[in-house]
Design a binder for this molecule. Structure first.
Ligand code: ZN
Length: 150
């Protein structure tokens, strides 16, 4: 894998000192992700405030790419509304898979562009986002199930 020194430094830093690591309790939603190709396992817990992600944490273990990606994701989406989170996921997914995608304004997340062209590594980097989507779907379902008919 070819990474520039700057990108490698960002990923190593987030792997060594993951941000928002741990569990939120109480939480509105929890989802687990597993990437069998690499053995990465993540659990995401989050709290919503209306349409915003008020707080989010992750725990688990996996390779440096999976941990760094989850750490950077939590930093990028905390406090953001759903539309912003969805748009960011699309940008990151494009960054990981499409060589013509722009990394402008993606900040640290741009460091993940180094995995492009390595399908197994792409799954490491995207695991946290798929796990986040599962948690958000669960939060949607549980808020829908508590709608009162009064
Ligand atoms: Zn991995």
């Amino acid at each position: 894998m070819q990474l520039t020194d700057l990108y490698r430094e960002v990923i190593l830093d987030h792997n060594k000192h993951p941000r928002n690591f741990g569990r939120l309790d109480p939480h509105d939603a929890e989802a687990k992700g597993h990437n069998p190709l690499c053995g990465d396992r993540l659990t995401v817990t989050l709290q919503r405030d209306g349409d915003r992600i008020a707080d989010i944490r992750f725990e688990g273990n996996g390779c440096a790419i999976s941990v760094a990606s989850a750490s950077m994701m939590t930093e990028a989406i905390k406090g953001k509304d759903r539309a912003t989170v969805d748009a960011l996921f699309q940008r990151v997914h494009a960054l990981l898979t499409d060589a013509s995608a722009s990394s402008a304004d993606l900040g640290k997340l741009a460091s993940l562009s180094g995995v492009r062209g390595f399908p197994a590594r792409v799954k490491c980097a995207s695991l946290c986002w798929h796990t986040l989507n599962a948690a958000l779907a669960q939060a949607d379902a549980s808020s829908a199930s508590t709608i009162s008919t009064e």
